[in-house]
Design a binder for this molecule. Structure first.
Ligand code: SIN
Length: 409
């Protein structure tokens, strides 16, 4: 049900800020416990999760293991991945995928009815579960938004942003909210003892980004101003293959294209990644992004070439990327796609423990706004949606374990 914000009771409801994957999943996992879910944009819009094209990394195929997944996660993380955290999220992947299936997410299946798994850079196995090729994020957010709207215990407040986290004696006391996009609007104070921030990343602070406007770092900022410990804020991941057609945000050309054999070439038609890394186009994302940047800086330009690998199958296999190309006048079955690196994901964030608890009593953080230790300095592709659902479920469990509200503050 949707409420007018002025009618909200000051209660012990859990307040979740953010309508992306972590926020929606946590709200659903908390049901039937009352939850107030605040989203800056109408539900289903304005969340980076909805734009994710790859899918969710999950070691569910025969012969693959969570241990192999965790080892790949550690290998790309620049030496600072927390190995126990990486193994933890890899082990909880399968149950969370089953939760998403139960919420109605139509993951692609193979001819035998098993979940179909794709390959992405720096994964040693095919382990990315996906929807309609490159539509995982949109399909997941659509299914969960629908489930949230059907859940009576979730009060949905759309069109409001949290502009301050209020604390008293070092513990959460509430939020100051304001209507999104109206700096002159009267702020509204909402008393709350339990707040979950799931506000996404900071990508839109950058000139070239794959992130929506709402990814402005607001959740990180209000937590920092309230005194929460922030970890690794310097680690920002650039996606190597944003489509350069003058759009903001820059449309993404998913890494799964390279998993299916698409190559990277410069304006002279030369492949340039093989000389930079033994895995060539499937090298870790930071290395590929640097390779693309070097070609562009040298004036040679950079292109993603799927003509041989996919050709006429492109539209069918990657409909989202195909539509972005066609809108820009590029037919990727017969033309190489102009690309550049773009700010894509923030590995740093509000430092949280293995239950998603921040350093402030009563404040949890999940999804991109948090820093769990899973990604180190460089996130492995398709680990972000996984981390979001794993931690959202853990946060819900942790909150459910708090049978009585914290003592009066
Ligand atoms: C992609 O599909 O290339 C993006 C996936 C991700 O960022 O994890």
């Amino acid at each position: 049900m949707t409420n007018n914000i002025n009618t909200l009771p000051r209660s012990d409801d859990v307040v979740i800020v953010g309508g992306g994957l972590a926020g929606l999943f946590c709200a659903l996992k908390l049901a039937p416990r009352p939850v107030i879910l605040i989203s800056a944009a109408p539900l289903g819009q304005g969340a980076s999760s909805a734009w994710a094209q790859g899918g969710i990394a999950a070691a569910m195929a025969e012969g693959d293991t969570p241990e192999a997944h965790a080892a790949d996660t550690v290998a790309v993380g620049g030496g600072i991945v927390d190995e126990a955290v990486a193994l933890g999220i890899a082990r909880e992947a399968a149950p969370r995928i089953h939760d998403l299936l139960a919420y109605g997410v139509p993951f692609d299946r193979d001819l035998e009815g098993r979940l179909a798994v794709g390959r992405e850079a720096a994964h040693s196995a095919r382990r990315i579960v996906h929807v309609r090729g490159d539509g995982a994020g949109a399909a997941i957010i659509a299914a969960l938004s629908e489930a949230v709207r059907r859940t009576p215990s979730i009060r949905l407040i759309e069109g409001f942003v949290a502009e301050a986290l209020l604390t008293e004696d070092g513990a959460v006391a509430g939020l100051r909210l304001r209507e999104a996009g109206d700096a002159a609007a009267q702020p509204i104070l909402l008393a709350a003892r339990m707040v979950v921030l799931a506000t996404g990343g900071i990508g839109h602070l950058y000139a070239v980004t794959t992130n929506p406007r709402e990814a402005s770092g607001s959740g990180l900022a209000i937590a920092a101003r309230a005194g929460a410990v922030i970890a690794d804020p310097e680690f920002v991941q650039f996606h190597p293959t944003a489509i350069m057609v003058g759009r903001d945000p820059a449309p993404l050309a998913t890494e799964a294209l390279r998993g299916e054999g698409a190559t990277l070439i410069n304006g002279r038609g030369e492949r340039f990644m093989a000389a930079r890394h033994p895995l060539a186009e499937l090298a870790p994302r930071d290395i590929v992004a640097r390779g693309v940047f070097a070609e562009i800086s040298a004036g040679r330009g950079a292109f993603l070439d799927a003509r041989q690998a996919l050709g006429a199958r492109f539209a069918d296999r990657f409909p989202t990327v195909h539509a972005s190309c066609i809108a820009a006048g590029i037919e990727p079955a017969t033309q190489a796609i102009p690309i550049a690196p773009a700010a894509h994901y923030h590995m740093g964030g509000i430092a949280v423990d293995d239950r998603g608890r921040s350093s402030i009593d009563g404040l949890w953080a999940g999804g991109e706004v948090s820093s769990t230790g899973a990604h180190g300095a460089n996130r492995l592709a398709s680990n972000s949606l996984l981390e979001a659902v794993v931690y959202a479920a853990r946060i819900a469990d942790d909150i459910a374990g708090r049978t009585t509200p914290s003592p009066a503050r």
